[in-house]
Design a protein around this ligand. Structure first.
Ligand code: F3S
Length: 78
Protein backbone atom coordinates (compact mmCIF):
# COMPACT_ATOMS: atom_id res chain seq x y z
CA UNK A 1 0.00 0.00 0.00
CA UNK A 2 1.12 3.53 -0.68
CA UNK A 3 0.15 6.93 0.53
CA UNK A 4 1.18 10.37 -0.64
CA UNK A 5 1.10 13.87 0.66
CA UNK A 6 2.37 17.28 -0.46
CA UNK A 7 4.57 19.30 1.83
CA UNK A 8 2.81 22.60 1.27
CA UNK A 9 5.50 24.45 3.22
CA UNK A 10 8.03 23.73 0.49
CA UNK A 11 5.80 23.47 -2.62
CA UNK A 12 6.67 26.30 -4.99
CA UNK A 13 3.55 25.85 -7.12
CA UNK A 14 5.48 24.66 -10.14
CA UNK A 15 2.60 22.48 -11.27
CA UNK A 16 4.57 19.43 -12.41
CA UNK A 17 2.86 16.98 -10.07
CA UNK A 18 -0.63 17.73 -11.37
CA UNK A 19 0.63 17.53 -14.94
CA UNK A 20 1.97 14.00 -14.57
CA UNK A 21 -0.55 12.73 -12.00
CA UNK A 22 -3.77 14.72 -12.43
CA UNK A 23 -5.85 12.06 -10.72
CA UNK A 24 -3.83 12.44 -7.55
CA UNK A 25 -2.65 16.04 -7.28
CA UNK A 26 -4.69 19.20 -7.61
CA UNK A 27 -3.92 22.83 -6.84
CA UNK A 28 -5.45 25.41 -4.58
CA UNK A 29 -6.13 28.96 -5.75
CA UNK A 30 -2.50 29.87 -5.15
CA UNK A 31 -1.26 26.93 -7.17
CA UNK A 32 -0.08 25.02 -4.13
CA UNK A 33 -0.55 21.30 -4.65
CA UNK A 34 -2.59 18.93 -2.52
CA UNK A 35 -3.71 15.31 -2.72
CA UNK A 36 -7.21 15.29 -4.17
CA UNK A 37 -8.18 11.91 -2.73
CA UNK A 38 -7.96 12.89 0.92
CA UNK A 39 -7.55 16.67 0.91
CA UNK A 40 -3.83 16.22 1.53
CA UNK A 41 -4.21 14.30 4.76
CA UNK A 42 -2.12 11.49 3.29
CA UNK A 43 -4.32 8.79 4.75
CA UNK A 44 -6.05 7.39 1.64
CA UNK A 45 -4.50 4.41 -0.09
CA UNK A 46 -3.39 5.33 -3.58
CA UNK A 47 -4.76 2.84 -6.13
CA UNK A 48 -1.97 0.72 -7.58
CA UNK A 49 -2.90 1.86 -11.10
CA UNK A 50 -1.73 5.35 -10.13
CA UNK A 51 1.60 4.42 -8.57
CA UNK A 52 3.60 5.11 -11.74
CA UNK A 53 2.08 8.57 -12.05
CA UNK A 54 2.72 9.21 -8.38
CA UNK A 55 6.36 8.21 -8.70
CA UNK A 56 6.74 10.44 -11.76
CA UNK A 57 5.42 13.35 -9.72
CA UNK A 58 7.84 12.50 -6.93
CA UNK A 59 10.74 12.59 -9.37
CA UNK A 60 9.61 15.70 -11.21
CA UNK A 61 8.95 17.92 -8.24
CA UNK A 62 11.82 20.46 -8.11
CA UNK A 63 11.42 21.17 -4.42
CA UNK A 64 11.05 17.56 -3.23
CA UNK A 65 7.65 18.36 -1.82
CA UNK A 66 5.96 15.13 -2.89
CA UNK A 67 6.07 12.64 -0.06
CA UNK A 68 5.39 8.93 -0.52
CA UNK A 69 5.12 6.36 2.27
CA UNK A 70 3.97 2.80 2.84
CA UNK A 71 1.77 3.80 5.73
CA UNK A 72 -0.65 6.65 6.30
CA UNK A 73 0.82 10.03 7.14
CA UNK A 74 -0.02 11.51 10.47
CA UNK A 75 -1.10 15.09 10.44
CA UNK A 76 1.95 16.32 12.29
CA UNK A 77 4.56 15.04 9.85
CA UNK A 78 4.46 16.90 6.63
FE1 F3S B 1 4.51 21.89 -5.75
FE2 F3S B 1 6.26 20.12 -6.46
FE3 F3S B 1 3.82 19.93 -7.29
S1 F3S B 1 6.61 22.29 -6.27
S2 F3S B 1 3.13 22.01 -7.47
S3 F3S B 1 4.50 19.78 -5.21
S4 F3S B 1 5.63 19.42 -8.43
Amino acid sequence: TKYTKVNQETCIACGACGDVAPEIYGFDEEGIAYVILDDNLGNSEIPEALWDDMEDAYEECPSESIKIANQPFRTENN
